[in-house]
Design a protein around this ligand. Structure first.
Ligand code: F6P
Length: 548
């Protein structure tokens, strides 16, 4: 990894000067001056088209950003990741989620492990199992076919499979209802259990570590519920596990035959391609899961081989870094104009914020530029009627990633034209804004009195010049979805390399976990504990103890 801070790099310093030169330019003018801007600033790979022309970029800025990528050795770091080097240096682990979607012929071997062979052996087990459940051959203990599948997991063991099952609902098996329980809030599990028949329910306990408090508590409660409503002898037909921790899975009461393993070189937020994707194979079918992996592999191949100038993940990362470190934007809004991708912003939130929410570089020295932006958003057009007001006229500039499919999976074509029209109109409106003169002319044409016009002009003008990317797929299907996810994974990776952080650890989640354990024991202790905290935390504990 780098030892030199990003700000010391020649290209970064040149970009600072470049920003001073271009910061007052208008995006609309850049388009007016260059009719080929859309062609120059768009590119396509693995079924994903990216238009990044509506960002405050010109040829010089792009050239300098690409120089920055070269100076920061993005290509060498990328190759190190694919080769299985231990780039997650704080945990001394390789980062090989790309191996989960590579063909068997890749024949990757790392540290004596036949990675490709092991990956494909588990895939084969997933295929057999999902075919049996879908075909009604794997039954509950009374011989009835499975109707409900409950994934119990949290973070990467929940967000990926839940988002993908939701995104591919057009491909879902008609008999299988998918449920995802993540929160330790008992309302989550209780609401799901109340819909279930123990005879026809399959629980998947999904946890890389098999120690995560929320998942273990939910799994134990689900097990107790099953024993009350089912037959202890039939437990094996109703509980399977996905984990790296065989001993803990065994201790829970699930044996190796019903456990789908993966490996410590798969990070939780990068694990949807592993056995963590079992709910996807069950819901959409194994062939669709395989197509999802192939779509991601196509993006991997592009990322490894395309020149930086046309490399989608690299471009998306550089544009993001420009908006973060030069334009000064603290957040990125994800706007999928696809209801089926409504959970995509939440998935990306973990992927990006858990990866690049870091404050020190590889050498432990504090960074002198901001890193990962806050990722948030929801499906369009809904967001337009909620928070887009702030994005259009608020005082902060928030870049957006618009994501859409050219063809829908439904049979209401007129809806799709309306959806796409709104998507394209929003990016145009964010870019062009509306000047005071335009507002005046419009209001004069409506016959509004001059005094009223002047009072309203400031309220009805839009500054514009707000940056966005637009990503288009031909249609939302397993392969394009796989490519889209892989694109964002690699974008996050490239940004981590540029900033010089370790994108693959997550020490920041530990502190609160440990403190929660202490507070939980204080809440449940038979006698009040001496006050150990600040007056706020003590006061809250006292209130809760009285109610519990
Ligand atoms: O606490 C954060 C985290 O470790 C995530 O990185 C991970 O995806 C999640 O918890 C769940 O972890 P596990 O799969 O081990 O239960």
């Amino acid at each position: 990894m780098h030892t030199q801070p990003l700000t010391a790099s020649t290209a970064f310093q040149a970009l600072r000067s470049q920003y001073a030169l271009v910061k007052n330019r208008r995006l609309a003018e850049l388009f007016a001056q260059d009719p080929s801007r859309f062609d120059t600033m768009s590119t396509k790979a693995a079924g994903i088209f990216l238009d990044y022309s509506k960002n405050l970029l010109d040829d010089t800025t792009m050239r300098l950003l690409l120089e920055l990528a070269r100076e920061r050795r993005v290509e060498a770091q990328r190759d190190a990741m694919f080769a299985g080097e231990k780039i997650n240096f704080t945990e001394k682990r390789a980062v090989l989620h790309t191996a989960l979607r590579a063909p068997l012929e890749a024949d990757l071997q790392v540290d004596g492990q036949h990675v490709s062979r092991d990956v494909h052996a588990v895939l084969e087990r997933m295929r057999v199992f999902s075919d049996r459940v879908r075909g009604g051959d794997w039954t509950g203990h009374t011989g009835r076919a499975i109707t409900d599948i409950v994934n119990i997991g949290i973070g990467g063991s929940d967000l990926g499979p839940k988002m993908v099952c939701r995104a591919l609902r057009s491909f879902a098996h008609p008999r299988l209802r998918m449920h995802f329980v993540s929160n330790v809030d008992g309302h989550d599990l209780d609401a799901v259990l109340s819909q279930l028949d123990a005879e026809t329910t399959l629980f998947i306990v999904t946890s890389k570590t098999f120690t995560t408090m929320e998942t273990m508590m939910n799994a134990q409660s689900a097990r107790r519920w099953f024993l009350q409503h089912g037959d202890a002898a039939g437990l094996a037909q109703h509980f399977v596990a996905v984990s790296t921790n065989l001993a803990a899975v065994n201790a829970f009461g699930i044996d190796a035959d019903n456990m789908f393993p993966f490996w410590d070189w798969v990070g939780g937020r990068y694990s949807v391609w592993s056995a963590i994707g079992l709910p996807i194979a069950l819901s959409a079918g194994f062939d669709n899961f395989a197509a999802f992996l192939q779509g991601a592999h196509a993006m991997d191949t592009h990322f490894r081989s395309a020149p930086l100038e046309t490399n989608l993940p690299v471009i998306l990362a550089l544009v993001g870094l420009w908006n973060r470190n030069f334009v000064g934007c603290g957040s990125l809004s994800i706007a999928p104009y696809l209801q089926d991708l409504e959970l995509f912003p939440a998935f990306l939130q973990q992927l990006d914020m858990e990866s690049n929410g870091k404050h020190v570089a590889a050498d432990g020295v504090a960074l002198d530029v901001p890193t990962g932006p806050i990722i948030w958003g929801s499906a369009g057009t809904n967001g337009q009627h909620a928070y887009f007001q702030l994005l259009h006229q608020g005082t902060d500039i928030t870049p957006l990633d618009f994501i859409a499919a050219l063809k829908p999976n439904h049979r209401l074509p007129q809806h799709h034209a309306a959806l796409l029209a709104n998507c394209f109109a929003q990016s145009e409106a964010f870019m062009c804004g509306k000047s005071a003169d335009q507002v005046r002319t419009e209001m004069q044409a409506q016959g509004i009195a001059a005094a009223d016009i002047e009072a309203l002009v400031p309220h009805r003008t839009f500054a514009g010049n707000r940056p966005s990317n637009t990503l288009l797929m031909d249609g939302l299907n397993p392969a394009t979805l796989g490519a889209l996810l892989a694109l964002y994974e690699h974008k996050v990776f490239v940004q981590g390399v540029l900033w010089g952080v370790n994108s693959f650890d997550q020490w920041g989640v530990e502190l609160g976990k440990v403190m929660a354990q202490n507070i939980q024991s204080e809440l449940l202790a038979p006698a009040a504990q001496p006050e150990r905290h600040d007056s706020s935390t003590n006061g809250l504990i006292v209130l809760a103890r009285a109610a519990l």
